[in-house]
Design a protein around this ligand. Structure first.
Ligand SMILES: [Zn+2]
Length: 237
């Protein structure tokens, strides 16, 4: 029985390691995607800036075209000035020219604004792209590290698995199944050492008779309060 208990303690250590490895492996993909999130954000910011640039470029083209038409209109209006007969016609015509000039100046402002906006966006995009390239390089080394770590954990997990199999084979079926039930219900602490008079699972004091029996290591004994399997550390036997 002494050997069986020792095997159970070993199995529990392996089970805890197994659980830890499993959690680590489960968390890796999320860790990677969290690390990658700022890159995805930066990429969509660049996309948005490009779309804005495209819009402004459209405004620029339209304004240039409009400006050209207004300028042609002003030239024509000026040419017709000499053909006008009455004062009234002349004044009306001057007003039309003034309106065309106002519209020209507004269109010029719009064109200028678009061009300034485009320059700004181009600078912004270039800066963001440079920063993104840096961040991508940094991320790729972080990702590589994470993947190496994940491979390491996976290979350790495989070794633990093999050791678990080999150890569990040596434990009697009924003891193994009560251990496994306890391991689940006691959240990973199924076999606990006795410390002095106390169960280290629930910290209640145990009857002296029970402690004496545990020390004999001749059968499987459990704590009356938390039902965990009790053992004595080799140094305390
Ligand atoms: Zn207990």
């Amino acid at each position: 029985m002494k050997e069986q208990l020792a095997l159970l303690v070993k199995l529990q250590t392996l089970d805890l390691k197994r659980q830890k490895d499993k959690d680590l492996l489960k968390d890796f993909p999320e860790k990677i995607s969290i690390a990658e999130k700022p890159l995805a954000d930066a990429r969509s910011e660049i996309e948005a800036a490009r779309a804005q640039l495209e819009q402004l470029s459209q405004v620029r083209k339209e304004s240039e075209l409009a400006l050209q038409m207004i300028e042609e209109k002003i030239v024509k209006l000026k040419l017709r000035l000499t053909e006008l007969k009455t004062n009234k016609e002349y004044h009306a015509h001057l007003q039309e020219i003034a309106a065309a000039r106002k519209s020209k100046s507004e269109t010029e402002d719009r064109l200028l604004n678009a061009m300034e906006g485009m320059d700004q966006l181009k600078t912004e995009i270039a800066e963001k792209q440079a920063k993104l390239a840096e961040d991508e390089a940094a991320f790729s080394s972080v990702k590589k590290e994470m993947q190496d770590e994940m491979d390491q954990v996976a290979s350790e997990a495989a070794a633990v698995e093999a050791e678990w199999e080999a150890t569990s084979e040596k434990i009697s079926k009924s003891l193994l199944s009560s251990y496994q039930r306890l391991f689940k219900s006691c959240k990973g602490l199924a076999v606990v050492p006795v410390n002095g008079q106390t169960c280290t699972g629930c910290h209640f004091s145990l009857p002296p008779q029970l402690i004496a029996e545990v020390k004999m290591q001749s059968k499987v004994l459990t704590c009356g309060y938390c039902h965990r399997i009790l053992y004595i550390k080799p140094t305390e036997v």
